[in-house]
Write a protein that binds this ligand. Structure first.
Ligand SMILES: C[S@@+](CC[C@H](N)C(=O)[O-])C[C@H]1O[C@@H](n2cnc3c(N)ncnc32)[C@H](O)[C@@H]1O
Length: 388
C-alpha cells in the first residue's frame, strides 16, 4: 500500500472545495453518477478540476521535486528531437508543414519538435489544442519565441493534412468503469456519497451501450472490474472525419486488448498521481491528484479503422524511439564531459528501459494517404498483436 504524503493546507482547501462541488453534483444527479462523469468533473470541471485549476501537475525539467508526474518530453529534450525525425518523414512524404498536438502539457514536445525541424531545415506550422487554460498559458509563454509558427485552436479543425501528436492524452480522458457480477451480468461502476460524506463506489446495471461493448470484448468474469475509454475511442474515430491526409502518433501507456482485459488484471488500470506517488484510489483528494487509466490499444486501432483511417504501426516506445533515430542523437553527445554525458544518458535509459517507460508505453500510428512505411515502426512493428 502506497503511503501518500500529507496534503499541504492549500491542497487540502482545494480538495475540500472540489469535494463539495462533487457532492452537490452527485446529489443533483439523484445520488449516483457514472465513473466517467466523476473523473471528468475531478479533472476538468471549469475552475475546479485538476487540469482546470492551476496546480503544478507536470514536473519541470523532469525533476521529481516539482509537480505530480513526469512525462517523456519533460524527462529529456532527446524525446522530442527523436519524434521530430518521424514528423519530418511524414511532412515530407505528403508535402505538408502542419503539426497538430493535443494536450501539449508544458510545451516541451512542441519546443523540441520545432527546434529539431528548424535544424533539419523543414518548415513547420504548429497548432495546439489544449483543454487546460493554465497549461495553455504555460505553453504560450514557453513557445512565444516561435511567434507566428505556433497557434492554439479552440476546436477541432474541419480538415487537416499533416502530423497529429498526442502524448499521454488518451490516458487522461474520462473512462467508464464496469464490473462483472457474480451472476455474470454487467454492472456500471459509479460514485455515491456515504452517510459520512465520503465518496464510495456503487454499481448499477449497465446500460445497453456498455453491455454491448463489453460483451464483445471479453467473456463475463465474476468479480472482475476494469475500465473502457469510449470517449477516447470516439475521439480517434472522429479523427477519420478531419484527418484527410497524414499520420497521428498516439503515445501512451497501455496494452493490446488481450493483455488489458487479462484475467489477472482483475482490478482494472486506474492510476492516480500526486507528488510522484502513484496509487489506485480515485477518491483521494479530488481535484488535487491526477487520475488516469491505461489505454486499450486494440480499441483505439479499431476506432481508427471505423473512422476510415489506416493503422500505420504499433510498437513499444523504446523500439519506436530507436527506430526513429534516438541512437544517432546519442552519438552526437560529447562523452569527454563525463558528468554532462551521464546527466544526458540517465533519462534516456528511463525512456528505453523495459522496467520503466520503454515497454509499458506504446506508440500507435493511424492515418490516411501515407504510402511509405513509417521509420518509427521499421523494426518490431507489433500490429498483429492488436487483433482480438
Ligand atoms: C498527462 S498530460 C500530458 C501532457 C503532455 N502531452 C506531456 O506529455 O507532457 C495530459 C494532457 O492532455 C490534455 N487533454 C486531455 N483531454 C484532452 C482533449 N480531449 N483534447 C486536448 N487535450 C486534452 C490535458 O489538459 C493535459 O494537458
Amino acid at each position: 500500500m502506497t503511503t501518500l504524503p500529507d496534503l499541504d493546507s492549500a491542497s487540502q482547501a482545494q480538495a475540500n472545495l472540489v469535494s463539495d462541488a462533487l457532492r452537490a453534483h452527485i446529489a443533483q444527479a439523484g445520488g449516483w453518477v457514472p465513473f466517467d462523469d466523476w473523473m471528468g468533473q475531478a479533472l476538468y470541471a471549469p475552475g475546479l478540476g485538476y487540469y482546470a485549476a492551476g496546480s503544478a501537475k507536470l514536473a519541470v525539467g523532469g525533476q521529481t521535486a516539482s509537480g505530480d508526474f513526469v512525462t517523456a518530453p519533460e524527462l529529456t529534450p532527446l524525446f522530442a528531437k527523436t519524434i521530430a525525425f518521424q514528423v519530418a518523414q511524414v511532412l515530407q512524404a505528403i508535402h505538408s508543414v502542419d503539426v497538430l498536438e493535443f494536450g501539449a502539457g508544458s510545451g516541451a514536445l512542441a519546443e523540441g519538435v520545432l527546434e529539431e525541424l528548424a535544424t533539419l531545415g523543414i518548415p513547420a506550422r504548429y497548432q495546439i489544442i489544449e483543454v487546460s487554460a493554465d497549461l495553455r498559458a504555460r505553453q504560450q509563454a514557453r513557445l512565444a519565441r516561435f511567434g507566428e509558427h505556433v497557434h492554439w485552436l479552440d476546436q477541432l479543425p474541419l480538415h487537416f493534412e499533416g502530423v497529429v501528436l498526442a502524448n499521454e492524452v488518451l490516458d487522461a480522458m474520462p473512462v467508464q468503469a464496469f464490473a462483472w457480477t457474480e451472476d455474470g451480468t454487467l454492472a456500471e461502476r459509479g460514485v455515491s456519497v456515504s452517510e459520512q460524506g465520503a465518496f464510495v463506489w456503487a454499481e448499477r446495471p449497465a446500460g445497453m451501450v456498455l453491455e454491448h461493448e463489453m460483451s464483445r470484448r471479453m467473456p463475463p468474469m465474476p468479480g472482475y472490474h476494469s475500465e473502457i475509454n469510449l470517449q477516447g475511442e470516439a475521439w480517434v474515430r472522429a479523427m477519420g472525419g478531419w484527418l484527410l491526409r497524414g499520420a497521428a502518433f498516439l503515445i501512451d501507456y497501455g496494452f493490446p486488448r488481450a493483455e488489458f482485459y487479462h484475467p489477472q488484471r482483475a482490478a482494472g488500470t486506474l492510476m492516480c498521481h500526486f507528488r510522484h506517488h502513484s496509487h489506485a484510489d480515485p477518491f483521494w483528494a479530488p481535484g488535487v491528484q491526477d487520475i488516469t487509466a491505461h489505454v486499450d490499444f486494440t480499441a483505439m486501432a479499431d476506432a481508427a479503422l471505423e473512422g476510415g483511417l489506416d493503422v500505420l504501426g504499433y510498437t513499444s516506445q523504446a523500439r519506436f524511439l530507436m527506430n526513429s533515430g534516438l541512437m544517432q542523437l546519442l552519438g552526437h553527445l560529447d562523452p569527454s564531459d563525463a558528468q554532462a554525458y551521464a546527466r544526458a544518458i540517465a533519462p534516456v535509459q528511463k525512456l528505453l528501459s523495459e522496467a520503466e517507460m520503454g515497454e509499458l508505453f506504446k506508440v500507435l500510428a493511424v492515418g490516411r494517404g501515407i504510402d511509405q512505411p513509417l521509420t518509427g515502426f521499421s523494426r518490431s512493428d507489433r500490429r498483429e498483436t492488436l487483433g482480438d
